[in-house]
Write a protein that binds this ligand. Structure first.
Ligand SMILES: [Zn+2]
Length: 249
């Protein structure tokens, strides 16, 4: 898939008006209310070009050819990142409550077998139908993460609810891109990041106490920190340590 930088890009147009081929790289074109031509790569490694209404198609084509080297670099970067992604295969390790635990994969020859995950003796065990794709492996592991986090979270929520003298709102666990938890002070709903199950359990105290503090102070102002550090004096160290180790699987 990767295009060599500096290669002579011969472009052709497909019958599909929405795709332009730059060598063997498809670029998806969309007319949009934008000021300038804008090229980006999405999380699947696909290239999208937004074209202002006033720009001609030949301007868009010329622009893509000028960007050929950038496109090549992005493709290489994407490929490198893909290669570094966990594949959840036998022998890999999984970050599990602050430890690197070996992953053991048990394949069921039946292609329709259910995918499940469990905590085994010194290993996380994935039971998978033979040849299960990454998404299926990830889903099974995430289900285990969710269950495990629910179990560990319950006493931590109870402990801090007593400390703050509050009644926690509804709790949700899901994958979050950039935060460990969130709190809606109006609905009192709390959301916790599934990936907390990769971290040392001590961070649960920090994240729960942090979110409960938002019941009193929606922002991270001085009053917020005054209250949180009164309840959890190490809050700033925990915050720093948790975010330093953000590179999770
Ligand atoms: Zn916050």
């Amino acid at each position: 898939m990767s295009v060599m930088a500096g290669s002579n890009k011969k472009a052709r147009r497909t019958r599909d008006e929405g795709v332009y081929w730059l060598d063997d790289t498809p670029v998806y074109l969309t007319r949009k209310n934008v000021r300038n031509l804008r090229l980006r790569i999405n999380e699947r490694g696909e290239f999208h070009l937004s074209i202002p209404w006033r720009a001609s198609m030949s301007m868009a084509r010329d622009f893509l050819h000028e960007q050929a080297a950038w496109i090549s670099r992005q493709q290489e970067r994407f490929a490198r990142r893909q290669a570094a992604q966990p594949r959840l295969v036998d022998g890999e390790t999984v970050a599990w409550w602050g430890q690197d635990v070996p992953l053991k994969v048990v394949e069921d020859p039946h292609p329709r077998a259910r995918a499940t995950a469990e905590v085994g003796a010194g290993a996380i065990v994935l039971h998978l139908p033979v040849g299960a794709p990454l998404e299926k492996r990830q889903r099974a592991l995430n289900k285990l993460r969710k269950t495990s986090l629910e179990i560990r979270l319950a006493p931590v929520l109870a402990k801090w609810a007593a400390a703050f003298e509050i009644e926690p709102g509804p709790v949700r666990i899901r994958r979050m891109k950039s935060r460990w938890g969130s709190c809606n002070p109006r609905t009192r709903a709390l959301t916790f990041n599934l990936e907390l199950s990769a971290k040392d359990p001590k961070y649960l105290d920090y994240v729960v106490a942090h979110e409960f503090t938002h019941y009193f102070h929606p922002n991270h102002g001085p009053e917020f920190h005054a209250l949180l550090s009164a309840k959890l004096p190490q809050e700033r160290q925990l915050h720093r340590a948790l975010n330093r180790r953000r590179n999770t699987t």
